[in-house]
Design a protein around this ligand. Structure first.
Ligand SMILES: Cc1cc2nc3c(=O)[nH]c(=O)nc-3n(C[C@H](O)[C@H](O)[C@H](O)COP(=O)(O)OP(=O)(O)OC[C@H]3O[C@@H](n4cnc5c(N)ncnc54)[C@H](O)[C@@H]3O)c2cc1C
Length: 438
């Protein structure tokens, strides 16, 4: 029996497993090839809706696609791979009870994705939280609401104001979406809890000189208008210098008193990539255009974890987006199957098809196939796109109902306490090694 091991169950690993199993079934190889997917979680996470989870619009379960029942012919194994032996052709992984296991492979597909890029900002890893996992999204929702509730009990005006101040760092699409979803949640909280929503202040920081450079100048400006209209204080050319439990210091030396800092500035390859001892580019594993790891013909990689040459823009690598990750998963499936004698391989080539960005109640911007949209048409395209892209009917159904509920009813203002501050630390929720205390 030939064994294929896929590391990671994100967009790339999920699509690789699904399409490889399908290809082998069609081409008569299903009985001869064992496919295993190893991941610390038992789901594929539809990350583009994490801001909606943080904003209390969509339930976390709706954005998680269970591996069980979605990947026919694939064995899903719970564990975090911590080493790969390329000579012995084995991977070692640690299960949720910290026990170590080893699996052998004939073909290995490395798709462990990315983690939040942490800069050397004192206090950042301890006091800020990211937006890459359900634990982080749920924590942000609960924490923001809890701070607003505590502000009602406090009598010190300075403390009340700090509790009602939320700092989001990173004005790319995910940071901007997060700021606006939390704004909508705070507005609902104000209306339902009896305080003026305008008392909740949002500050959005970015070192760049433009909001959402990914969508171009015109749509970036449209997004900035929405942010201003929604009362978000956008400070460009500025980031964090220090993070403390009750305040931050900005790079312009100004101080903001706050208990809530979300760090959504960008990603780097998963920690596993660094451990492999193979060449990397910008923290991502180098691969050829056929997604093979150079010098290791039986090892493949794709998605955020891999530096995939962008054949549409020679000299550059494909950006870390779900759009590329999904398509690279399909090419990985094809090329792994080809390496086993089923079909032919192909090079990865995909031209960017644009981006959709949900800017909270009634607003969005989108540039599908280069057509620039804002306002209601962008909102319709954005929601329709997500419903199409979520890879499971039940989840699409549940997200549609959440959107519909939001049209007819006020947003639920509840912090259920599903994720603690510890659960949402970068180390616990994303597996990023914490810096050692001095
Ligand atoms: C908030 C947010 C919003 C986004 N919105 C968009 C959007 O609107 N459009 C867009 O195109 N892109 C978007 N992205 C980017 C998109 O999510 C990524 O490009 C995509 O998830 C990459 O897919 P991947 O499979 O490479 O990695 P991931 O989806 O990160 O999956 C990696 C998988 O590997 C697992 N893993 C990690 N380490 C190990 C290990 N050691 N062993 C085993 N398994 C491991 C993880 O648990 C996970 O299952 C967004 C990202 C975020 C965080």
């Amino acid at each position: 029996m030939t064994s294929v091991v896929i590391v990671g169950s994100g967009f790339t690993g999920f699509e690789t497993a699904r399409h490889l199993a399908r290809r082998l079934r069609r081409q008569g190889g299903a009985e001869a090839v064992d496919i295993t997917i190893v991941s610390p979680v038992d789901y594929m996470l539809y990350t583009p809706l994490l801001p909606d989870v943080a904003g209390g619009l969509v339930d976390a379960r709706f954005v998680t696609i269970p591996l069980a029942n979605s990947l026919r012919g694939v064995d899903a194994v719970r564990g975090r791979v911590d080493s790969v032996d390329f000579d012995a052709r084995t991977v070692t992984f640690v299960d949720p009870e910290d026990r170590s296991h080893t699996r052998s492979w004939d073909r290995l597909v490395l798709t462990p994705g990315s983690v939040t890029k942490l800069f050397d900002v004192p206090g950042l890893a301890e006091h800020a939280r990211g937006l890459k996992s359900t634990a982080e999204a749920l924590y942000l929702r609960d924490h923001v609401l809890e701070q607003l509730e505590l502000a009602k009990i406090d009598s010190d005006p300075a403390m009340i104001s700090a509790r009602r101040t939320i700092v989001v760092v990173g004005a790319s699409y995910s940071g901007t979406e997060l700021a606006l979803q939390l704004r909508a949640l705070a507005d609902a909280a104000g209306q339902q809890m009896g305080f003026d929503p305008a008392a909740v202040q949002f500050v959005l920081l970015d070192l760049a000189e433009q909001v959402m450079p990914e969508v171009g100048e015109k749509l970036g400006e449209a997004a900035q208008r929405v942010l201003r209209a929604r009362g978000v204080d956008v400070r460009l050319g500025t980031s964090l210098k220090e993070v403390h439990p009750d305040h931050v210091v900005l790079t312009d030396d100004s101080r903001i008193d706050t208990y809530t800092v979300a760090w959504v500035t960008g990603v780097t390859g998963a920690p596993l990539i660094e451990k492999l001892g193979l060449p990397t580019e910008r923290g991502r594993l180098k691969v050829d255009a056929d997604l093979q790891v150079p010098g290791h013909p039986d090892v493949f990689a794709g998605g955020d974890a891999a530096a995939v040459p962008d054949l549409t823009d020679p000299g550059s690598i494909t950006p870390p987006t779900a759009q590329h990750a999904t398509r690279q998963g399909k090419v990985l499936a094809r090329n792994v199957a080809a390496s086993l004698g089923y079909g032919t391989k192909k090079l990865y080539k995909h031209r960017n098809m644009g981006l959709v960005v949900d800017l909270g109640p009634r607003h969005a911007v989108a540039n599908p196939l280069g057509v620039q949209l804002s306002g209601f048409p962008a909102k319709a395209v954005t929601r329709a796109y997500h419903l199409y892209a979520i890879p499971r009917l039940v989840n699409r159904w549940a997200v549609s109902l959440a959107y519909l509920t939001d049209v007819f009813f006020a947003r639920s203002v509840v912090s259920i306490g599903l994720s603690s501050a510890d659960d949402a630390q970068f180390s616990a929720s994303e597996g990023i090694p914490m810096p050692k205390p001095d």
